[in-house]
Design a protein around this ligand. Structure first.
Ligand code: KIV
Ligand code: ZN
Length: 382
C-alpha cells in the first residue's frame, strides 16, 4: 500500500471568492475570515489583489502583519506596478508569497493581450524574476491554461520555473475542462517539463459546468500537490472548487486518493456559516458537506436504516464536519421508527394503540406541513 501525500490547501476566498458578484467584504470582515482560515488549518491564504484598491491593499497588509502560520499571498499581474504593490502589502508577513499571472490561451493572447507567444513567455519570465527579487516564494499562473495549447503551456511552465517560480498553478479560468482533460494536462506537464520537480504543481478550477471539484481531484490524482479553493465554492461567476468538498472527498476516499490535508474538518461548518453570513451568499440547502440537508434524512426507509446503523445512509459523520448530529427530519415521508425515536427523546414512551393513533395524526399533519416540529408533536400527544 502506498503512503499518503500531503496536499496543500490554498484558500482564495478573500481574493477569487470576493470577486463573486455581490460578495465584497470590508476590512474587518476580511480579518475575521482570515482568523477562521488560520483556525481551519489552510496552508496558504490568498488575502487579495493589492493593486485593485486601497482597501484591498490594506486588508492584505494587515493580514500579512497579524496572521502567523499559513503563507500569506497577494495577487499581481505581470507588470512592475502590480508586483511592487503586492510586495509592499506582503513584506511584513512571516511567510509571504507573490502570485503573478498572465494569460496564455490563444483567445486571450489574440483578443485581450494582443501579444505573440514569444512576448507572453518574455513577460511571464520578467514578472516572475521581479517577484523573485523580492521574495523566494513565487507562484505563477498561466491564466486560461485550460484552453492553452499543451506544447505552449509546457514551454511557459518550463520558462517560469527557470525564472524562479516555485509553484506553478494551472487555472481552468472559465471552467471549460473535463476531469480527464485536466488530469491529462497535469500528467503531460509532469512528463514533459524537464525542471518540473523544482516546483509544486497546483490547480485552480472554476465551476461553470459544475466540474470544479471533479477537475481538481483529477489533477491531484495525476500529481498536483496544491489545490486552490474557496469556502462554499464562492468565486467568479459559478465559483471555484469548494474547499469543504475537496477536503472531505480526499479524507472520505483516502483509500482511493491516498492524500491528506492539514485541515481541521470539524471547523468546516462554522467557517462556511461565517463566510455565508459575511458575504450574504446563501448556501444551497442540498450543498454537499455544509448544506442544511447534507446530514438530514426524511424518508422512512432511510430513517429506519439510520436508527439501526448510521453507515447505512451516511458516508461521513456529522461531527467530523462540525455538526452536532444527524437530523432526522419528520415529514410526510417519515416512518414509525423515526417518530417513535423522536417521541422518546421528547420524553413520551408510547406503545401499541397509543403510538398508532399519534402516528396517524402525525401523517395527517405532515401532509399539510413540510416539516413536523417538536412542538407540533408535543401538541399531538397531549
Ligand atoms: O481563474 C483564474 O485564472 C485566476 C487566476 C488569477 C489564478 O483566478
Ligand atoms: Zn479564478
Amino acid at each position: 500500500m502506498s503512503s499518503s501525500r500531503l496536499i496543500k490547501i490554498f484558500d482564495t476566498t478573500l481574493r477569487d471568492g470576493e470577486q463573486s458578484p455581490g460578495a465584497s467584504m470590508n476590512h474587518q470582515e476580511k480579518l475575521a475570515i482570515a482568523q477562521a482560515l488560520v483556525d481551519l488549518g489552510v496552508d496558504v491564504i490568498e488575502a487579495g489583489f493589492p493593486i485593485a484598491s486601497p482597501d484591498d491593499f490594506e486588508a492584505v497588509r494587515e493580514i500579512a502583519i497579524n496572521f502567523k502560520g499559513p503563507e500569506i499571498c497577494g495577487l499581481a499581474r505581470c507588470n512592475d506596478a502590480d508586483i511592487d504593490r503586492a510586495w509592499e502589502a506582503l513584506k511584513h508577513a512571516d511567510r509571504p508569497r507573490i502570485h503573478v499571472f498572465l494569460a496564455t490561451s490563444p483567445i486571450h493572447r489574440e483578443h485581450k493581450l494582443k501579444m505573440t507567444c514569444d512576448e507572453v513567455v518574455a513577460r511571464a519570465v520578467k514578472g516572475v524574476e521581479r517577484a523573485a527579487n523580492y521574495c523566494s516564494n513565487v507562484e505563477f499562473s498561466p491564466e486560461d491554461a485550460g484552453r492553452t495549447e499543451l506544447d505552449f503551456l509546457c514551454r511557459v511552465v518550463e520558462a517560469v520555473i527557470a525564472a524562479g517560480a516555485n509553484t506553478v498553478n494551472i487555472p481552468d479560468t472559465v471552467g471549460y475542462a473535463t476531469p480527464m482533460e485536466m488530469g491529462r494536462v497535469i500528467k503531460t506537464l509532469r512528463d514533459r517539463v524537464p525542471n518540473i520537480e523544482k516546483a509544486v504543481l497546483s490547480v485552480h478550477c472554476h465551476n461553470d459546468l459544475g466540474l470544479a471539484v471533479a477537475n481538481s481531484l483529477a489533477a491531484i490524482e495525476n500529481g498536483a500537490g496544491q489545490v486552490e479553493c474557496t469556502i462554499n465554492g464562492i468565486g467568479e461567476r459559478a465559483g471555484n472548487c469548494s474547499l469543504e468538498e475537496i477536503v472531505m472527498a480526499l479524507r472520505t476516499r483516502n483509500d482511493f486518493y491516498r492524500c491528506d490535508t492539514g485541515i481541521d474538518s470539524t471547523k468546516l461548518v462554522p467557517t462556511s456559516r461565517l463566510v455565508s453570513e459575511t458575504t450574504g451568499l446563501l448556501v444551497q440547502r442540498n450543498k454537499a458537506i455544509v448544506g442544511r440537508n447534507a446530514f438530514a434524512h426524511e424518508a422512512g426507509i432511510h430513517q429506519d436504516g439510520m436508527l439501526k446503523e448510521r453507515t447505512t445512509y451516511e458516508i461521513m459523520r456529522p461531527e467530523d464536519v462540525g455538526l452536532s448530529s444527524t437530523d432526522l427530519v419528520l415529514g410526510k415521508h417519515s416512518g414509525r421508527a423515526a417518530l417513535n425515536d423522536r417521541l422518546r427523546r421528547l420524553g413520551f414512551d408510547l406503545t401499541g394503540d397509543d403510538l398508532n393513533r399519534v402516528f396517524e395524526e402525525f401523517k395527517k399533519l405532515a401532509d399539510r406541513k413540510k416539516e413536523v416540529l417538536d412542538d407540533d408533536l408535543v401538541a399531538l400527544v397531549q
